[in-house]
Ligand binder design. Structure first.
Ligand code: SAM
Length: 282
């Protein structure tokens, strides 16, 4: 029987999807997981009542979290993904033959197991032989690591609950240390539109730019997240996301992508004025 899944985007705004079936619901030690089936967005996963991933628009999120860094440093071999339990980020990364190792650290094993059972579209590459799964807190995992990774992707929930510590100066400093000379950090940098998200977007960006010499934000549109317009952070010790873009090299790989391309790559860093002002303010 059809019913409506409804999520609070702010105290004043709600977002609803007509749903055919509620196929899974479980409380883990960390959060509540639900999976629904809908005509418009296919199967989707929510954590604590917030949309994480759905079959229809996940390509936007996963293209933009994965390919931007890979087109800037085509020599990335060792990758750490923190969070990302649905597997979509790992799926995109496994497309690069040059990547030798992907460590994925997800605090909540249940997210991975539920995704493997119900969300094959994102979880389909978690068994790739280069992928090592760790069910641990990413905050602890990264502590004490030195120059171990060429790329760290923080594919996290919002800074509430288990994701809170992934938005701290201490964590970003540990990521800096864990990265190699030309290392890149990509982080889920919230949205600048509604006030609560915007506060977090600014805080995260300010912290990262105090640690990394190169720190910028780039945008993507995503229909099912609040406001539909979100940011990732790009930070590096040495590489600039536009000056060091290896467009020809990336295009010669012949990867077929539904959202990302190297022209869009450059444009994604051209932010609207209200976002530039927000991120530049202390
Ligand atoms: N696409 C998503 C979004 O922005 O809405 C993020 C997807 S992913 C499912 C986020 C994952 O981060 C969750 O599965 C959550 O369990 C995990 N996570 C949250 N805090 C974490 C931590 N401290 N260490 C490792 N994983 C964490």
């Amino acid at each position: 029987m059809e019913f409506w899944y409804t999520e609070d985007h702010t105290d004043e705004v709600k977002f609803s999807i007509k749903v055919d079936k509620h196929i899974y619901s479980e409380n883990s030690d960390f959060q509540r997981l639900d999976i629904f089936e809908s005509k418009e967005f296919g199967r989707f996963l929510t954590l604590d009542g917030l949309m994480m991933v759905n079959e229809k628009d996940e390509f936007i999120y996963h293209d933009m979290i994965s390919h931007v860094s890979m087109a800037v440093n085509t020599n990335i071999k060792k990758v750490l993904v923190i969070g990302g339990g649905d597997g979509g980020t790992v799926r995109e990364l496994t497309r690069y033959k040059t990547i030798e190792k992907i460590d994925m650290v997800e605090i909540d094993e249940l997210v991975v197991r539920a995704s493997q059972k119900y969300l094959h579209y994102t979880a389909c590459k978690l068994e790739d032989e280069r992928v090592n799964l760790y069910f641990e807190d990413g905050i602890e995992f990264v502590k004490g690591k030195e120059s171990e990774y060429d790329l760290i992707i923080v594919d996290s929930t919002d800074p509430i609950g288990p994701g809170e510590g992934l938005f701290t100066t201490e964590f970003y400093t540990n990521c800096y240390k864990a990265l190699s000379e030309e290392g890149i950090l990509i982080n889920q940098n919230e949205s600048a539109y509604y006030e609560t998200n915007a506060r977090e977007a600014k805080r995260a960006h300010n912290k990262i730019k105090n640690i990394f010499p190169i720190a910028m934000a780039y945008q993507y549109h995503i229909p099912t997240y609040p406001a539909g317009h979100w940011l990732f952070g790009f930070a590096s010790k040495a590489l600039h996301p536009i000056d060091d873009l290896k467009a020809e090299d990336w295009n010669s790989l012949g990867l077929k992508t539904k959202y990302y391309n190297t022209e869009l790559h450059k444009g994604a860093f051209g932010l609207p004025n209200y976002i530039k002002e927000l991120l530049e303010s202390e």
